[in-house]
Ligand binder design. Structure first.
Ligand code: FAD
Ligand code: SF4
Length: 549
């Protein structure tokens, strides 16, 4: 179905954490807003598989996927061979000498990729905003932690974030809206191992309900967040910001529509976004205009749309792409821990989160106990047991419930070999060239993976785990969940794409409000809360400017 009007005060492209908070604020302040979303609306009570007997064979029920291709593969530095991904059942997961691209993980749907996320809701470390001035790498953000603090608090309230009294290096004016979740039994065992190494395990701050909130019951600790939460307990954007957008009565949301081009015109020497071309769910082309256009398609699709629209600034759109630096080790514990019970990540070791070049790499990181992939019997059968017949069945029975994992996520510094372009040879059904992702790890990321691997093994060992059965790392596999950086925010229009209020340099009525604007990635913090805070701040600054006339 096409949009009801020919013209809106603002058009927002994408309904994830970058788009929905912005649309909400503008509509709540009386503006006519149109949200265009490539994917469908999922009904949490019907769409997800967690209440089905074959849930484990199903992933998130993607009905629409935005395609992309990949660029050159990075040759593996054999100095770091120990970091190869493997498991007991299969052996090496990548037997080649090059890093293998698996997929860019994202969801097209009302609510964006948060439909599939694990609910972690982190503020960035204060120092992570100043990588250049404090550690002489990458760039500084043009804004700091204190600029985002009120918007972090606003987003936490909308989501219903459950968290502890204090998280190191993130000063807060008010407590988290909800009390923290208790640690699962498996995490308590890992906590004992942490204590032996003088490490503190802090309850994680998560957009997962620990009490009744937003008319939803508290979480039932089924650990299935990535399948999509069937109880509306997880603070995905569809059940948090989108209802607020709808309550305003000023916003039209179109699902299953795809924007292929933004039109820019030049008037009196000033460039201005005029409107955009989109295809409706029947494949029919439309044009709609807006006083403001906000792009929030995620750090891969946003640069693709801008490049396909021939909108760029000093050839910087798509540069500085950053992905996820990730490592995880799964081990068997002699005691049955049932680590599949709980929320996906209930606690964190923040000790190494503040950047520190003395470790041999500058960026910060965080580590955590988790069930890893060890959720149902199928994981055990496909990943942690080998052989055939009766002995295989006995092996799976013997070890089911005994696996526990420790993982880490860390800073990814931008580098020249890592970027998004478009692939002119491969086009989607609308004739638009698809995004092409190329990503190489730098020496800092490799050293950091080595560090996280050593620490994870130390912690598992000290917790009493006896046998490592799987290691997965981004050393040899690209499977990015957190992506950023392709429309860098900065004051200097020669070196950045958007200004600190997220307006495109030189096109003041065009904004980018998603993860693309991050100048650096932070030390492994989950990004959605920061994206939401940035989006709320951009809306607030725009509204203040409009009020001034
Ligand atoms: C498995 C997994 C677990 C994760 N866990 C966490 C977590 O625990 N905590 C956390 O903070 N983050 C987590 N993340 C990351 C988080 O989901 C993303 O960082 C976040 O959703 C990015 O927000 P965004 O607005 O930039 O993009 P997205 O959420 O991807 O939203 C972009 C939207 O734009 C739409 N779109 C794209 N192109 C077009 C177009 N041309 N026309 C119309 N619409 C378009 C897309 O369909 C999509 O809905 C996880 C991600 C994955 C995959
Ligand atoms: S663990 Fe909690 S939030 Fe996650 S899917 Fe289960 S009920 Fe929902």
């Amino acid at each position: 179905m096409p949009a009801k009007k020919q013209k809106y005060d603002c058009i927002v492209i994408g309904s994830g954490p970058g788009g929905a908070p912005f649309a909400w604020q503008l509509a709540a302040n009386g503006m006519d807003v149109l949200v265009l979303e490539a994917g469908p609306k999922y009904d949490p009570y019907k769409a997800y598989a967690l209440d089905k007997t074959d849930w484990e064979t199903q992933g998130f029920p993607e009905t629409k996927r935005i395609r992309n291709t990949f660029g050159k593969s990075q040759p593996l530095d054999l100095k770091y061979e120990k970091l190869r991904s493997w498991n007991k059942a299969v052996g090496k997961l990548n037997r080649t000498k090059e890093r293998r691209y698996l997929k860019y993980q994202h969801v097209a749907g009302i609510g964006g990729t948060t439909l599939h996320f694990q609910g972690e809701a982190h503020r960035l470390n204060e120092n992570a905003f100043r990588m250049k001035s404090l550690y002489d790498v990458a760039v500084d953000w043009p804004i700091g932690y204190s600029d985002l603090e009120p918007y972090y608090a606003q987003a936490e309230k909308v989501l219903g974030v459950a968290g502890p009294e204090k998280v190191p290096d993130r000063p807060r004016k008010n407590p988290y809206p909800l009390k923290p979740h208790k640690l699962s039994y498996a995490s308590q065992i890992i906590e004992k191992g942490c204590k032996k190494h003088g490490l503190e395990l802090t309850p994680n701050s998560v957009a997962i309900l620990s009490e009744v909130y937003r008319d939803a019951p508290p979480c039932n600790y089924c650990n299935g967040c990535v399948w999509g939460c069937p109880r509306k307990d997880k603070g995905s954007v569809d059940v948090t910001f989108i209802p607020l957008v709808q309550e305003t009565g000023k916003c039209e949301i179109l699902e299953n529509v795809f924007v292929t081009r933004i039109e820019v015109e030049k008037k009196n020497g000033v460039r201005k976004a005029k409107g955009l071309v989109y295809y409706d769910n029947k494949g029919k082309e439309h044009f709609v205009s807006g006083d403001y256009i906000t792009v929030a398609c995620g750090a891969v699709e946003t640069p693709r749309l801008l490049i396909n629209s021939e909108i760029d600034n000093n050839d910087l759109v798509g540069k500085n792409f950053m992905e996820t630096t990730f490592y995880e080790a799964v081990a068997f514990h002699p005691e049955r821990l049932d680590s599949y019970r709980g929320i996906p990540m209930d606690s964190i070791i923040w000790k190494w989160n503040t950047p520190d070049p003395k470790r041999g790499f500058p960026g910060g990181l965080r580590m955590f106990p988790t069930a890893g992939s060890a959720l149902g019997p199928l994981s055990y059968a496909l990943r942690y047991s080998s052989g055939w017949g009766e002995s295989f069945v006995k092996d799976v029975e013997k070890w089911f419930g005994h696996a526990v994992a420790v993982g880490g996520i860390a800073e990814f510094l931008p580098n020249d070999d890592t970027f998004i372009t478009v692939n002119p040879d491969i086009k989607d059904q609308y004739g638009a060239p698809v995004a092409n992702i190329q990503s190489f790890l730098g020496e800092s990321e490799l050293k950091c993976l080595e560090f996280m691997s050593a620490k994870a093994k130390e912690i598992l060992d000290a917790s009493g785990a006896t046998e490592i059965v799987e290691e997965v790392s981004t050393y040899d596999l690209f499977s990015a969940t957190h992506v950023y950086g392709t429309c860098r925010m900065g004051k200097d229009r020669e070196k950045s794409v958007v200004d600190p209020s997220l307006r495109f340099h030189g096109i003041p009525n065009l904004l980018v409000t998603d993860a693309s604007v991050f100048p650096t990635s932070g030390g492994g913090e989950a990004p959605s809360l920061t994206i939401e805070a940035l989006s709320l701040r951009a809306a607030d600054l725009l509204l203040k400017e409009l009020k001034k006339g």
